[in-house]
Write a protein of this length. Sequence first.
Lengths: 134, 385
Amino acid sequence: MLPAPAPAINSTTAEFWKATTEGRFILQRCNACDIVLWFPRRNCPKCWTEDVSTFDAQQTGTIYSFTVVRKGTGAFKDAGPFVIAYVELADGPRIMTNIVDCDIDALHVGMPVEMVFHDTGEGSALYRFRPASR
Amino acid sequence: MTIRGAAYVAGIYEHPRRDIPDRTLFEIHTEVALGALADAGLQMSDVDAVFCDGTAGFGPMSLVEHFGLRPTYFDSTETGGSSYLAHVGHAAAAIAAGKCSVALITLAGKPRTGRHEVSFASGSDSGFESGWGIAGAPHTYALAAQRHMYEFGTTSAQLAEIKVAASIHAQYNPNAYLPYAVTVEDVLNSPLVADPLHRLDCCVVTDGGGALIVVSPEVARSLGRTSAKILGHGEAIKHTSNGGIDLTYTGAVWSGPRAFAEAGVSVADIKYASIYDSFTITVLQTIEDLGFCEKGQGGKFVMDGGLVAPFGKLPFNTDGGGLCNNHPSNRGGITKVIEAVRQMRGEAHPSVQVPNCQISLAHGTGGSLGSKHGSVTLILGQEDA
C-alpha cells in the first residue's frame, strides 16, 4: 500500500481529520453565500463570514488531471510508480490526492473514481481514490 | 502614476558558474552584486535600496547587514522564481515615488552543492497538498501538462520543440549547463519523471545567482553604459481558488495585460521574449496566456522553430534559458531579465541576437502551475523607446 504520512493538523482542520478516521469526508458550506469550501477554514473565502457549516460529502468524483510519478522520495522512496491527481468531487471542489489500486496505463482524465481511506496511525486517514467499482 | 520610463535597468550580472561548493550563499550575493554594479559603473556605496527573496536570511535584514548598507528602501517579496521580476517593478515604483535611486536586486542559491528546501504547502493548505508524495515541482507541473493535453490536444512532441529551441540557443553559451543541441527524439526518449513530463522537459538544477541594478533616469543618464528602459510591469497570483483550480492557464492572463497596458505596446511590438521555463509546459501555457497565440494553440505555435532566434515568430530565451543554461537556486526569474537586457543592448551572442530589438518582454512564473504561483510580466525597451 502507498505510504500514508500523517498530515499536519491544527485547530481548524481537526474536525476534518477526525472524520476521516470514521470513513467520512466532510466539506464546509458557507451559510451566507451557499458555496462549498475547500480546504477547511474558519472564514468563507468569498464573503469572509465565520457562519460556515459542515456536511458529509459524496465520496465519488472524476479525475480532473493526473500524473504518474516514476520515482518517489522520502516516505515514497520505495513506493514504485504512483499516481498524484486532482479529482473533481461530485460536490464540486477539485482536490489533490492519489489514485490507488489502479492500472496506471488505463487511467484517463474524466475517469470515475471513488474514495478510500488510508489510516496514518496518528489520528487521521488520507483520502485517496480508486477507479469506481461500477 | 505609471512606471513607464520612471526607471532603467542599468546593470546586470549572471554568475558564470553552475557548481559553487566553495562559497557561501551570502558570498554569492556579494559576488553578483559587485558584478552588476561594475557592469553599470556604480559602487556598492551608491546603493540606496535592496531587494531580495525570502531565502536570503531573515527577510532583507540579513542581506543588508551582510552588504553593510543602510538602505532607505527594501523589499523581500517572495513569489518563488518570479520574485526578481516583481522586484524590478517594485523598484521602479519606489524610484518613481522618490524613495530611492539605485536599487540592488540579487539572487543566490546552491541547490546542487548546498542545503535547499522549499515548501509549497506551508500555509493554510498544509496537510491538503503535502501527503500525496509530491517531492518537487515536476509532479505538480505535470498535472497542468496532462490537463492541457486533454483539453487542447497538445502533444509531448510539441512540448519537446520548446526544449529543442532552448538547446539550439544554449550551444552559443559557453557557461550553459547543457551547452548542446538536442532533438525532439532526445526529449521523448529521456526518462519519464512525472507523466507526461520527461527529464528533458525539466529545467536544469544549478548553483549560482544573478543581480540587477535598477536606477532613476537621472542616474541612468550619468552612466556610460546602455540601459534598458522599464516600460511596464504587471503581477498576479493564481491559486487553487477554493477548490476551483483550472490547470490550463497561468497568472500571465492577468499580469500580461497589466504590463502591456502600462507600456502602451502590444504583443506585435515584442521582438524578443524571456519566458519562464521551469518546464516546457510553463512556456507553452505562458505564450498563450500573454496573447502570442490563441488559448490551446501553443503547441502549433512552437513547432517548426517558432521560438528559435533570431528569425522565429517569437525568439525566446537566447541564453538557453532555465531548460539548458541556468536555473540558479531553482529560480529562473533573474536570468530572464538579464538576457532581455542583453538583447536590448545588442549584447546577446551574435548567432542569436535579434536584429533591431527595440522592445522585449520578460516573464516569471514562481511556485507551481499545479497549485499556486506568482506571475510577473515586465516590458523593457531600448533607451529611446
